[in-house]
Design a protein around this ligand. Structure first.
Ligand code: Z5A
Length: 225
């Protein structure tokens, strides 16, 4: 699908572990659904049946020993299917697509923190994502210690997954990577303080969405506020 054929709005939410992405996406969807636009919540890796199969393998650590480039290829294979079967059709229908993680996670996890050459990550992104770039990316920023503690609390005795089990320095590199993506693409990204109370984060998310995407304001085109 070319960029010109797209009438929907593509919003991605990024950040480290336990940043509150799922919580804030659910709240934003509830808010936007008071309007008359269709709102689709999805996630990466996953979001389509084939991509969810790849997710299961990746989070179990099946590809870890093959190295970060092989993992990036698997995340990309999942993304290709997700884009073709869910994201692009939803955008073509005019829906608002809220996606929990997308290509910035590959840049941060496999690129900056995993050590793959940024030019290789960028080449992969160009081929896989093509014109379907997010209209807005909310980057939820918080100290990794806080996010990991939240993720552990929520896990209730289950062990950490493939990425939660990484070292604190890995998670610090991730945070820096996400902050530098936000600084490098200010027209697309908004950095949100995710260490704040949930309601304060929700207010910041809503302000960013309404500030950057006037068509989603109450009374805007589509009446989706
Ligand atoms: N990954 C990758 O390496 N490369 C890629 O290209 C892609 C992904 C796309 C997906 O895991 C993994 O895949 C991910 C990166 C890698 N690494 N890991 N692990 P996932 O989807 O299972 O996990 P996640 O994306 O990190 O999400 P999460 O851990 O579920 O966190 P979250 O969605 O950001 O947070 P939450 O579920 O909304 O909140 C976590 C807990 O904190 C929960 O109990 C909340 O009630 C609580 N919470 C939320 N907000 C607050 C505030 N503001 N204050 C206090 N407590 C809060």
């Amino acid at each position: 699908m070319s960029g010109a054929a797209r009438t929907g709005v593509f919003i991605t939410v990024e950040g480290g572990e336990g940043a509150g992405k799922s919580t804030q996406i659910a709240r934003l969807a509830e808010h936007l659904r008071r309007g008359d636009r269709e709102v689709v919540i999805t996630r990466e890796p996953g979001g389509s049946p084939r991509a969810e199969q790849i997710r299961t393998a990746l989070l179990a650590g099946v590809a870890k020993d093959h190295g970060p480039f092989a993992e990036a290829l698997l995340f990309s294979a999942a993304r290709l299917d997700h884009l073709d079967t869910l994201i692009r059709p939803a955008l073509a229908r005019g829906a608002v697509v809220l996606c929990d993680r997308f290509a910035d996670s590959t840049r941060a996890y496999q690129g900056a923190a995993g050590g793959i050459d940024p030019q290789e990550v960028a080449a992969l992104e160009r081929v896989v994502v093509g014109p379907t770039r997010p209209d807005l990316t909310l980057i939820l920023d918080l100290p990794p210690e806080t996010g990991l503690a939240r993720a552990r609390q929520r896990a209730e005795g289950q062990g950490p997954d493939r990425f939660e089990a990484e070292t604190l320095s890995f998670h610090q590199r991730l945070r820096e990577a996400f902050r530098s993506i936000a600084a490098g693409e200010p027209e697309r990204c908004v950095l949100i303080d995710a260490a704040a109370e949930p309601d304060a984060v929700t207010a910041a998310v809503r302000a960013a969405v309404e500030g950057r995407l006037p068509q989603l304001r109450r009374g805007g085109q589509g009446h989706a506020a």
